[in-house]
Design a binder for this molecule. Structure first.
Ligand code: NDP
Length: 384
């Protein structure tokens, strides 16, 4: 083995991970002593490596529904580290429209049957699964097996076993997995995390988290495809909000289903529910989620003051206030930041701040909330 080249390769790999500039790479090159042919070969290797670090990664969206078309595709026009390279859809009309609108070549268009062929496509680095919840597991596993890094929409899956299979598939193939938790890239929600972590207003005693929306239809009303009702779709933001504001995971949950105003529409899922989360330091969270009421709040009451967002979970227009005054942060595109961060994680070979393990944790909490809702009993959660 050529030791010089091996060392250089390692250095270049590290450079890509750490984002070392091309100037640094070329400075390193000047220091080495080797033949001019070797030098030339190595220079071109360095260029490839540098280009790789600097190039935008290609994302393929799987499932061209409302979220993919109204949020993710527009956000991918603003991203710096990645771009919309491909699509996977079961609807040929959509494929035609998207190809034209986003200038996507035919070779980067797949349907659910041809999806696995994506493994031979070097344009696609990342697969973003934006399908109904019950389909997440299958497509994340297939994406990982096709050698692609994966972003999966929330909720990660229907069961913890599915989450395990997804994490396992990505681990085995050495691919990064993250969940579409866009609020971790939003300055208002980041401020809630910071105020909680730094105990700016003292120890948090109570968290109030509520998320609800009206006019739900389609697969969200079908338990087989959705895995549940308001809780898994929007209540998951309350679970997230409580965990990231307190920096803790609940040790017990107690839940109660709300009355069904429309028994036919909500035949297989809950229309609304309230639940309580007990945190290991004694903090309590009161949560509510609904498909028949507009709710959007995250509030923490601490020893020496309070801080809150309302609305808390929207794509934009968030408002934040504390007992000391109003929050004021610049407007951002949450999805663009989320996808750019994932692309940087891939390029830098570092973990995502919203990894599959976090998605799994939340699915475990959601399952415990449902267990309590059905049994009427407190359900304890263990994290070891
Ligand atoms: P939509 O119903 O609007 O889109 C889902 C798409 O999945 C369809 O348009 C279709 O695309 C494809 N699909 C494949 N199989 C099926 C099937 N059996 N039934 C229905 N659709 C199918 O859903 P959303 O875009 O609102 O949600 C998709 C995912 O994104 C969900 O997991 C949801 O929780 C998540 N989401 C996340 C948000 C966030 O803020 N992070 C916001 C909204 C949603 P095609 O025709 O191309 O095959």
């Amino acid at each position: 083995m050529n030791t010089t080249l091996y060392t250089r390769r390692s250095f270049l790999d590290t450079s890509i991970r750490l984002g070392v500039s091309s100037a640094t790479v070329y400075a390193f090159s000047a220091l080495s002593s080797c033949t001019s042919k070797q030098k030339q070969e190595e220079k071109s290797e360095e260029k490839v490596a540098t280009n790789q670090a600097e190039r935008k990664l290609g994302i393929a969206l799987v499932g061209l529904g409302k979220y993919a078309s109204e949020q993710l595709a527009p956000a991918l026009q603003e991203t710096q580290q990645c771009y919309l390279a491909g699509i996977v859809t079961g609807t040929p009309d959509k494929a035609d429209k998207w190809k034209k609108k986003y200038n996507i070549p035919e070779k980067n268009v797949y349907n659910y049957q041809t999806f696995d062929q994506i493994k031979d496509n070097p344009d696609i680095d990342i697969v973003y699964v934006v399908l109904p919840n019950a389909l997440h597991k299958e497509y994340v596993v297939r994406a990982a097996q096709a050698g692609k890094h994966v972003i999966c929409e929330k909720p990660m899956a229907i069961t913890v076993d599915e989450c395990d299979a997804m994490i396992d598939a990505c681990r085995k193939t050495g691919k990064l997995l993250s969940i579409g938790y866009r609020l971790h890239f939003d300055p208002y929600n980041l401020e809630m995390m910071k105020l909680g972590k730094e105990k700016t207003f003292g120890k948090i005693k109570l968290v109030i988290a509520e998320d609800g929306m009206k006019d739900v239809d389609g697969w969200r009303l079908d338990k087989t495809l959705a895995g549940g009702g308001a809780l898994v779709d929007v209540g998951i933001y309350c679970v997230q909000g409580v965990c990231y504001t307190t920096g803790l995971e609940p040790v017990a949950v107690t839940a109660k289903e709300g009355p069904k105003k429309d028994k036919k529409k909500f035949a297989s899922i809950e229309e609304s529910l309230t639940w309580e989360m007990e945190m290991p330091d004694g903090t309590v969270a009161h949560c509510k989620s609904s498909y028949s009421e507009e709710l959007n709040k995250l509030r923490a009451e601490a020893e020496n003051g309070w801080f809150q967002l309302e609305p808390a979970y929207e794509y934009k227009g968030l408002k934040g206030e504390t007992s000391s005054g109003k929050m004021d942060f610049p407007k951002v595109n949450q999805q663009a930041r989320q996808m750019d961060d994932f692309a940087l994680a891939v390029k830098g070979n570092r973990p995502s701040p919203v990894p599959g393990e976090m998605g799994r944790r939340d699915v475990k909490i959601l399952q415990a909330i449902y267990e309590s809702m059905h049994t009427g009993k407190k359900v304890e959660l263990k994290w070891t």
